[in-house]
Design a protein around this ligand. Structure first.
Ligand SMILES: Cc1ncc(COP(=O)(O)O)c(C=O)c1O
Length: 326
């Protein structure tokens, strides 16, 4: 199946060996550098936006509407791509993380978004995906009445997971880079990245274990979500049919104290990766996903000496909104 796609990532991202972390952890570790995918500090959402913007442009849209947390990378990247396509962007920032200082609402991704020039809306609740999307639809209807052509990128479930196709591409890209692994470790939030990567690997014949590390909800809820996203993905990508239930592997050991809040495993992951490889993780997604690796090596779920790929999904801009956490 061919889906309209806008080229945003511009070529394969590096897949680099991490020798010092490999030594420290007793595994053979590679890092897929999707933190450098796309504009304005990049990230995994660049791959997902290739298909949303592809679809939007195909439908003649002139305005993109998208919702996310205050420090969302997705909305920041959508605003950047909209600018480059001469489209208007309306981004909605949800108050998902309670008790944050003033600079959390101004620095990091918020600062970048302001510079990129979208219209910025706010939404008071953090755990209401359907309500947040409904607010965007209301706005989209008003735009339609003015003769504009709006396109909503949904957060809630029940829509074709176009973004997951970006991670089917990433899986194929890694295999084309001449590598496959015993284990892949990736952040699991909306689930598009995790489900797309797993489906892309299975669809290409790889039996690697793919561990999704929870950033938003616990393992039980996330497992069910990935199963639903995968079921929807089958309609877009036939290879997703090769994913079976036991393939969906979830770890939630670094989720606490909750979305957008940093705990000890994530803090120590940031320290470990920075001091061993000179690479920076973000506090909301990649610190929590990397934290799965030492924990699962210790529990034996990742075998000593095995080949592991950590997918660095980016998010670095948010770090500057979290300086008090360090
Ligand atoms: C940097 C980063 N990593 C990982 C994720 C999680 O990706 P997904 O929503 O596809 O599960 C996000 C989501 O916003 C993100 O911004």
């Amino acid at each position: 199946m061919k889906h309209p796609r806008l080229n945003i990532v511009a070529g394969p991202t590096p897949l680099v060996h991490a020798p010092r972390l490999s030594d420290a952890l007793g595994i053979d570790l590679f890092i897929k550098r999707d933190d450098v995918a796309g504009p304005t500090f990049g990230g995994n959402k660049s791959r997902q936006l290739e298909y949303y913007f592809g679809d939007a442009l195909d439908k003649g849209a002139d305005t993109i509407l998208i919702t996310g947390a205050v420090q969302s990378n997705f909305v920041r990247l959508a605003a950047a791509v909209a600018s480059s396509q001469n489209m208007h962007a309306i981004i909605q920032l949800e108050n998902r993380v309670p008790g944050k200082p003033d600079h959390y609402h101004k620095s990091g991704n918020v600062l970048l978004s302001h510079l990129l020039g979208p219209e910025i809306l706010t939404y008071p609740e953090g755990e209401d995906e359907t309500g947040a999307d409904a607010a965007l639809h209301e706005r989209a209807e008003a735009l339609r009445a003015e003769g504009r052509v709006p396109y909503v990128i949904h957060l809630s479930e029940g829509h074709p997971p176009l973004g997951a196709l970006g991670y089917v591409d990433a899986a194929q890209e890694i295999l084309q880079q001449g590598q496959d692994f015993d284990t892949y470790v990736v952040a699991s939030g909306s689930g598009s990245t995790h489900a797309g990567l797993l489906a892309g690997l299975r669809g290409s014949g790889s039996g690697a274990q793919v561990i999704g590390s929870c950033v938003r909800r616990d393992a039980t809820a996330q497992e069910a979500r990935i199963a639903r996203v995968t079921a929807r993905l089958k309609k877009l990508y036939a290879g997703a049919a090769r994913v079976s239930e036991p393939d969906i592997r979830i770890w939630d050991g670094a989720l606490a104290p909750g979305y957008g809040q940093i705990g000890e495993p994530a803090r120590s992951a940031i320290h470990m990766v920075a001091t061993h490889e000179g690479l920076i993780l973000d506090p909301v997604y990649t610190a929590k996903s990397f934290a799965a690796i030492p924990a699962l090596v210790a529990s034996g779920e990742i075998a000593k000496g095995s080949r592991v790929c950590f997918v660095h999904t980016g998010g670095l801009a948010a770090l500057f909104a979290y300086e008090e956490a360090f």
